[in-house]
Design a protein around this ligand. Structure first.
Ligand SMILES: NC(=O)c1ccc[n+]([C@@H]2O[C@H](COP(=O)([O-])OP(=O)(O)OC[C@H]3O[C@@H](n4cnc5c(N)ncnc54)[C@H](O)[C@@H]3O)[C@@H](O)[C@H]2O)c1
Ligand SMILES: O=c1ccn([C@@H]2O[C@H](COP(=O)(O)OP(=O)(O)O[C@H]3O[C@H](CO)[C@@H](O)[C@H](O)[C@H]3O)[C@@H](O)[C@H]2O)c(=O)[nH]1
Length: 468
């Protein structure tokens, strides 16, 4: 059986781009991406491609090429499930905010709802693919729901975790380091795995398609994110030592990165990692370890998140102490709000925590981010529930131009590494700021000597150069 119809449940940062690329590479397969969020589906169908709900370089042209041909976005979940031979589940799996495992475990309610809906609708055999990031052994939960509430149709559950990073999603999908597919080791299981391998083989070299058992595949995803986040926390831990000793973390990163056993990637010091995945997935891993009574393992990984929280708070503390121990009534301009460059995603962005800390000290904040709008900034701050929305509205302004945002500021804080920040007219910025004019670079992107020659006092994370 060659797959002719795919349904993807969840039209988010993963579902949208992943299906767009499959549609482009497999013109003979009809793909319907469904979501219960009607506004999101409307945005995916917008003629104006700048309004797509997910900003990713290169995504608009793939959607232009495929949408309406073999790629469709719809709110009719039932019809798409019914039609499909293969169903990807790509819904959100956030950290639980209630009950047992609150603040740690993955909330699987959306996964379970999908499984129940698939069971209710399906009248012929289906391959169900876990695309969402899930705790190890979730496939058995899905299988149990499907088998016990379904219409006696046969299901194969595959695990096919997604490794794309935001901002480079299209590139990562077109040229993945590997594709991982976990399936049952039965004949039916192997057949289902082969169907999915066939789909990816349209553009991914065979040697990069790795097949494993389901549990290894599920756990590899959490492991990959834990290792990646651990690298960021490790280099951030060294950034503090560099600042205290006069060593330069960028030189240290280069020196260790040339060791082929360590490798040079993912060693950029920062104000902390953000994004919807790292913290959530590590906490999920910590919860799994604890649930097996493996407290030492749990504590080991929890340290990665603790280090990250320390780094975020350390940055806001640095701003406060440098600005003569008070930021009350002072205007601080944030360059960047997204959790990394080239995305409009702000989930768990370090900017949110840094802003919250500074607002607690009665600072006034103006924000400029090339891709994040005002509503999102207020939404992120209000979600913290630290103060009432009116106060956030009063203390925080979101501007559409960096040069407008900066007028009358005491300091600039760089929270996202957008390329354009490097090329701003820093002389002009200096002119419109109060003096002394401070720059706090949480992403290591500025040329310290150049800014100092203009007149700025500069702090660059990990650079071992005390502000002067
Ligand atoms: N964002 C990433 O870069 C990334 C990368 C790899 C893996 N992941 C994982 O992929 C999963 C999805 O992440 P995301 O960032 O795309 O999330 P998202 O929040 O952007 O999208 C999920 C979508 O699923 C929809 N949804 C939830 N329940 C539904 C239901 N019952 N029926 C139909 N639609 C439903 C939501 O409305 C939402 O639009 C998560 O498990 C995440 O950990 C994310
Ligand atoms: O050297 C580095 C690399 C990253 N970061 C920060 O770490 C966070 C995460 O960055 P990145 O991993 O590039 O983006 P994500 O989109 O969160 O992607 C991660 O999370 C996804 C969701 O699970 C996985 O699919 C990807 O493989 C994994 O890289 C961001 O805040 C980055 O600024 C650093 O501070 N220093």
């Amino acid at each position: 059986m060659a797959i002719k119809n795919i349904c993807c449940i969840g039209a988010g940062y993963v579902g949208g781009p992943t299906m767009a690329v499959i549609a482009q590479k497999c013109p003979d397969i009809n793909i319907t991406v469904v979501d219960i969020n009607e506004a999101r589906i409307i945005a995916w169908n917008d003629d104006d491609l700048t309004k797509l709900p997910v900003f990713e370089p290169g995504l608009d042209s793939i959607v232009r090429e495929t949408r309406g041909k073999n790629l469709f976005f719809s709110t009719d979940v039932d019809a798409a499930i019914d039609r499909a031979e293969m169903i990807f589940i790509s819904v959100n799996t956030p950290t639980k905010t209630y009950g047992k495992g609150k603040g740690m475990a993955a909330d699987l309610k959306y996964i379970e709802l999908c499984a129940r809906q698939i069971a209710k609708i399906s009248k012929n055999d289906k391959i169900v693919v876990e695309k969402s990031t899930l705790p190890v052994r979730t496939a058995s939960t899905i299988k149990s729901i499907l088998d016990n509430t379904g219409n006696n149709v046969k299901y194969q559950i595959l695990s096919n975790p997604e490794f794309l990073a935001e901002g480079t999603a299209v590139e990562d999908l077109l040229q993945p380091d590997r594709v991982l597919i976990g399936g049952d080791t039965t004949i039916e299981g192997e057949r289902a795995v082969a169907e999915l391998v066939d789909i990816y083989s349209n553009w991914v070299p065979k040697e990069k398609i790795l097949t494993t058992n389901v549990w290894s595949s599920e756990l590899s995803k959490l492991t990959a994110n834990a290792f990646l986040a651990q690298r960021v926390s490790s280099i951030n831990a060294m950034s503090v030592i560099c600042e205290r000793t006069g060593a330069d973390v960028y030189e240290v990163a280069k020196a260790i990165g040339m060791d082929s056993r360590i490798g040079s990637k993912f060693l950029k010091p920062s104000v902390g990692f953000g994004g919807s995945c790292f913290q959530k997935d590590i906490l999920n891993l910590v919860y799994i370890a604890k649930s097996y009574g493996l407290d030492e393992v749990a504590n080991y990984w929890e340290g990665v998140v603790e280090m990250n929280n320390y780094q975020k708070n350390r940055f806001s503390d640095k701003i406060i102490t440098t600005m003569y121990n008070t930021v009350s009534g002072k205007k601080i301009t944030f360059f960047g709000w997204a959790f990394k460059k080239d995305t409009n995603d702000t989930r768990e962005s370090p900017a949110i925590q840094v802003a919250d800390n500074l607002l607690n000290e009665q600072a006034q904040i103006s924000v400029f981010d090339p891709k994040v709008d005002q509503d999102q900034v207020y939404k992120d701050l209000n979600l913290l529930n630290t103060r009432d929305p009116e106060t956030n509205l009063k203390l925080v302004k979101v501007l559409e131009s960096p040069y407008e945002a900066i007028i009358g500021s005491h300091a600039v804080a760089i929270l996202t590494e957008w390329e354009e920040f490097r090329h701003y007219d820093w002389n002009k910025i200096y002119e419109s700021m109060l003096k002394p004019a401070f720059v706090f670079d949480g992403r290591g992107i500025v040329d310290v000597n150049n800014l100092k020659s203009i007149g700025f006092s500069v702090y660059k994370i990990g650079a071992g150069n005390p502000v002067n």
